[in-house]
Design a protein around this ligand. Structure first.
Ligand code: G6P
Ligand code: ZN
Length: 607
């Protein structure tokens, strides 16, 4: 307990323009956040948007991915929480906590539940003094604030005139686990109340949850096999400490299997987004390259994965093999019941975001399980999960997850894949399999799935078997980043105008062209303007939307998908994706007049 109480200041302020939270909170350059009162205005606007009977005396989590400006932000937010009547805050050691772990902590920390959380992250955007910072608020269910609340927060930012903050003397040290009591003035009254800052182990509650979902013993046996090797890239984000604890301590993986697992404020100068362009170390290790070309170096691990800055996204790779995020969730859905104890009684339902390929729908149809199509943004899944309609979901933007939390979960996805690999490879003769792999690669003995000795069933085998059964949704996304807003608007306007007029582009006949709008089946809320869709009679789709997560300018996303049915045969199912999609990509570029309207010859990133 500090000696005298901490006084609360009432600080006069004026609104800043543009504090509207995007798909995933407020994201801006650090230099914008560094303006005096900028962060405080947003935080007070959030407190003002929350029902005061819920906020007063509550517990909040305040943590993030450790990016530059996090510690300053934590200090401001904690002092403001104290001044606004919050009773307790939980902060991860060093201010770190993965986004899915925060969701788990809100929902089921052993010492009680939290009312909500401030997550300090700009996810996969770069960090550092000249890069991005972000803040988002999550609610009691562990998920991102619904639009109703974010709209209210935004409205408050446009009229704010003052905020409350406890004096600087609070001194918050997040270097190790601790619990400190303060006496803080109650608003502007003369009374003082207890306020507790607990610095907690950010892995503990989350790890406990994961252990209740997966068979850690089975994964451990897989990782111990001499014929199986594994690599995980933490991209210098918050996944690192989780990976060390889970993969090394709990599952016995070798330290050499971890790449970039020390969190850094600037992510080592990288772009912490797990895709073929930015996860360079992992992509090279797995024998791949950005353009999809393969390398012949040996010693390629059997399984590779990466997470983004705040560890909610994931990328899954096999040896020289990329699993598209849309395929990843479909494969998990196909095998969840047998491979993951949490799902042993089946899936309640599945869901994907609209631009995500329909691979998941095919699994859902085969299993006769409902599959929902929602707008981009994880909060839409949360509503379905809270209503017990959805157990598993995913997005093309490298997000996969389940109803164990209300955020997508990168490490969960890695463990889901390891569980599936463990399942397919259980009961094989490890020693013999290792020798076959070494001395007679390509030799298959016995039946897959039977207990006879056989070569390791690989990530690629699992995905190819999936295509053979359900068909393949060839898929690509083109991103045009940092386009001037008026040019991006011109592209969307042109596309909208074409939707009523055009019925065919080259050989592709349009079945339906519309702007996606979603009515939430649980609360009836309507989200419109969720992307322009061109659906063709052969099942192909082209979708355009503007990103909601950028910090400056506009990002146009162009999603292209083509379906090939299983009966089209092996050759049709195993084409190079870029080649298979080329005609449709050309249609998309023609439809949008992309080159002319944006002045861009090629996209910034292709995934
Ligand atoms: C965040 C959200 C996702 C969303 C992604 C891409 O990661 O949590 O749900 O898919 O952003 O959003 P964008 O608007 O940039 O396409
Ligand atoms: Zn993220």
């Amino acid at each position: 307990m500090t000696g005298a109480g901490v006084a609360v200041q009432v600080v006069k302020t004026k609104p800043f323009e543009g504090q509207k939270p995007g798909t995933s909170g407020l994201r801006k350059k650090v230099t914008v956040f560094e303006q005096q009162h900028y962060l405080a205005n947003f935080v007070q606007s959030t407190f003002n948007a929350l029902p005061s009977e819920g906020l007063k005396g509550s517990t909040l989590v305040v943590s993030g991915d450790g990016r530059y400006y996090s510690k300053t932000a934590i200090n401001i937010i904690v002092r403001m929480a104290a001044a606004n009547g919050v009773a307790k805050v939980w902060i991860g050691v060093d201010g770190l906590a993965a986004t899915p772990a925060v969701s788990a902590i809100i929902r089921n920390r052993h010492s009680g539940e939290a009312y909500g959380a401030f997550l300090l992250t700009a996810s996969h955007n770069p960090g550092g003094p000249h890069e991005d910072f972000g803040i988002k608020y999550n609610c009691e269910n562990g998920g991102p604030a619904p639009e109703k609340l974010t709209n209210e927060i935004y409205k408050n930012t446009t009229t704010i005139s003052q905020y409350f903050i406890a004096e600087d003397e609070m001194e918050i040290d997040v270097a190790k686990t601790s619990s400190t009591n303060y006496l803080v003035q109650l608003g502007t009254t003369k009374k003082f109340a207890n306020f507790v800052v607990q610095v907690i182990d950010p892995v503990e509650d989350y790890l406990k949850l994961l252990k209740s979902i997966f068979d850690f013993g089975a994964i451990q046996r897989l990782l111990k096999r001499p014929d199986f090797s594994f690599t995980f890239d933490g991209m210098h984000g918050v996944a690192g400490p989780y990976a060390k604890r889970i993969f090394l301590q709990e599952l016995g993986a070798a330290p050499s299997s971890l790449l970039n697992c020390d969190p850094k404020e600037d992510f080592g100068g990288g772009h912490p987004d797990p895709n073929l362009t930015y996860a360079k170390a992992l992509v090279a290790t797995m024998g791949l390259s950005e353009s999809g070309a393969v390398s012949t170096h040996d010693k390629i691990p059997d399984f590779g994965a990466a997470c983004d800055g705040d560890a909610d996204r994931n990328m899954i790779l096999g040896r020289r093999f990329f699993v598209t995020p849309s395929d990843s969730v479909a494969v998990i859905a196909a095998h969840a019941q047998e491979a993951i104890p949490y799902f042993k009684s089946g899936l309640k339902g599945m869901a994907r975001s609209m631009p995500t390929s329909a691979a998941l729908d095919r699994v859902a149809a085969a299993k006769k399980i409902a599959c929902y199509e929602v707008p981009t943004g994880w909060k839409f899944f949360g509503n379905l999960m809270d209503d017990n309609r959805c157990s598993l979901c995913g997005e093309e933007s490298f997000g996969t997850g389940s109803d164990h939390v209300r955020e997508k979960d990168g490490l969960w996805a890695v463990l889901a894949w390891l569980s599936i690999l463990a399942h397919f490879n259980a009961g094989t003769d490890h020693g013999l399999a290792a020798n076959i792999a070494k001395f007679a690669p390509g030799l298959h003995i016995g039946q897959p799935g039977k207990s006879a000795p056989k070569q390791l069933t690989s990530v690629e085998d699992i995905v190819r078997d999936h295509w053979a059964k359900y068909g393949r949704n060839y898929y690509t996304r083109y991103d045009y980043e940092n386009v001037e807003s008026d040019k991006a608007d011109a592209v969307m306007k042109l596309l909208t105008s074409k939707q009523g007029e055009i019925t065919q582009v080259r050989s592709f006949v349009i079945d339906k062209a519309d702007e996606f709008s979603y009515t939430d089946p649980v609360d009836g809320s309507v989200s419109s303007n969720q992307g322009l869709r061109f659906l063709f009679t052969d099942g192909s789709r082209i979708i355009f939307r503007l990103s909601g997560t950028g910090a400056s300018g506009a990002t146009i996303r162009m999603y292209v998908e083509k379906y090939v049915a299983p009966d089209a045969g092996a050759e049709a199912l195993s084409q190079d994706a870029a080649k298979a999609l080329e005609p449709l990509v050309n249609v998309a570029l023609t439809l949008s007049d992309m080159k002319k309207l944006t002045g861009r010859d090629k996209p910034t990133v292709i995934t």
